[in-house]
Design a protein around this ligand. Sequence first.
Ligand SMILES: Cc1cc2nc3c(=O)[nH]c(=O)nc-3n(C[C@H](O)[C@H](O)[C@H](O)COP(=O)(O)OP(=O)(O)OC[C@H]3O[C@@H](n4cnc5c(N)ncnc54)[C@H](O)[C@@H]3O)c2cc1C
Length: 474
Amino acid sequence: MKFSSNISQYDHAIVLGGSIGGIVTAAYLCKYFKRITIIESDDVLNDIFMKSTSSEILDYRCRLESPTSLGRSGVSQIYQIHGLHSEGYKILLELFPQLKDKLFNEYDIRTYSLKTECRLMNSGVLLNQDLTEDFDWLGIDRFTLEIVLRKELCLKFDKQIEWKYNTRVTDLIVDQSLNIVKGIKYRSKKNNNSLSFDMYGDFIIDCTGRNTSSPKWLKKNFNLIIPTVQVHFGCGYVTFIGERFRTDDPSLDSAAIIGAGVDSPNKNTGFITTPIRIIKTIDNNSLGILATFGIDCVNFEYPPNDSYENLLEWTKENLDSEYYTILTKNKSKKWPQNYILLGDAMCTFNPQYAQGMTHAFRQARELEKLFGESCHKLKDISHIFNRRASVITEECWLASTANDWKSPSLKVIETNKNGDVKVYQRSSDSTMTNHPQPRATLMMRFMQCFNMEIHNRITENFDTTICLRQINRK
Ligand SMILES: Cc1cc2nc3c(=O)[nH]c(=O)nc-3n(C[C@H](O)[C@H](O)[C@H](O)COP(=O)(O)OP(=O)(O)OC[C@H]3O[C@@H](n4cnc5c(N)ncnc54)[C@H](O)[C@@H]3O)c2cc1C
């Protein structure tokens, strides 16, 4: 979007609320106002939101703790499953042209085709089957999206936008005789007895969400009653994050977005899963997608949220069997608190590649970093460490096993998370072994070719340090 200096500018706009609506409104209005003040009651510019890496944001999101502990209490649904329509995504790209690049490269997020990667059902009808035009679906969770957008807004309009956070708007400043709102009254959120201040603006936009005080303020200041209608239909959600695993049903596994809407009164329960991160994994059963899962209802037929077992039971009775299958596959045993494996205890490598000690040191350094971040509770550290340490391990594992897989007498013994053991054995004579042949993954084969290439080049006096640095960067 171009910002033309020809457009006559007003002086000051005040945006109440710095959430999704406030952020986008402020970005649009920068074209018309010299300065914009966003007043937000939560601590949204703290280091957790502004300095966290993509993986730290994910850690916060996965902990299922109340976002209040992060200083964000104003949007109770911030952890709930959210879908963003393609029109909404288009608007974001128009406002923040760098957004797509950032999300794809820094946050392992991608878009999905509504036509080919989506399976949205309603009353047994596949809604996306006859689309004449395809649409992009942005695979991101609401928590991450809001944080990234706020960072982008601050980056792009640093000079024009001023934030007042930890600050509550408490009333309007009006001139009744002119029937005009001239400003707002605000004070610190942290202290109810703190002084109240006035702020004047040429235009004021209330983006304070569903619990807006505007009806109260307008009644008090203008005796204006806003007519309202409330519809109570017993809507409820249970949302959580998990990895998608194969279900043996290709039509489910090929769809990144899967959903079945409620269709009251016949069906008062629904299901949706949407991807939020691409994950690198060597688990062949994994679809390489971290997703949000949402089970929703109307008519007060709430899914239980006390344990995963109870939720599964409920799903079995209340949803179609395929959604139950997806959730069963998603289930994984919870790693215990306050206990981790590090170094060779987590993964042992072929000693010929001499990476065992460095692997252990890198994991230990990651652990130190985690404790140093001093925002994690002790009980969460094992979970966060496992996720971060496994990235280090997978890197080393791939580097060392690629060549090991070429061994003519290779034997691979796999134990899955249910304790089932599978043995694969390579042999030139198939009658010599009762086990199936091991099959290298595409990534493994790529690494083998790559290693071969490096080997060939070394023998031609090629600069290996540059080449290895390039691999590390990948
Ligand atoms: C369970 C659930 C699921 C949903 N799923 C979807 C979905 O799939 N897709 C979708 O598009 N939408 C979904 N929504 C709706 C979506 O969350 C809202 O439409 C969206 O958050 C509205 O944004 P907003 O900026 O207007 O308000 P909010 O996000 O509510 O933000 C209001 C902001 O104002 C601040 N504030 C409040 N009062 C004051 C005050 N007095 N002074 C200063 N600041 C104040 C708050 O701290 C907050 O930051 C869902 C909602 C729920 C409840």
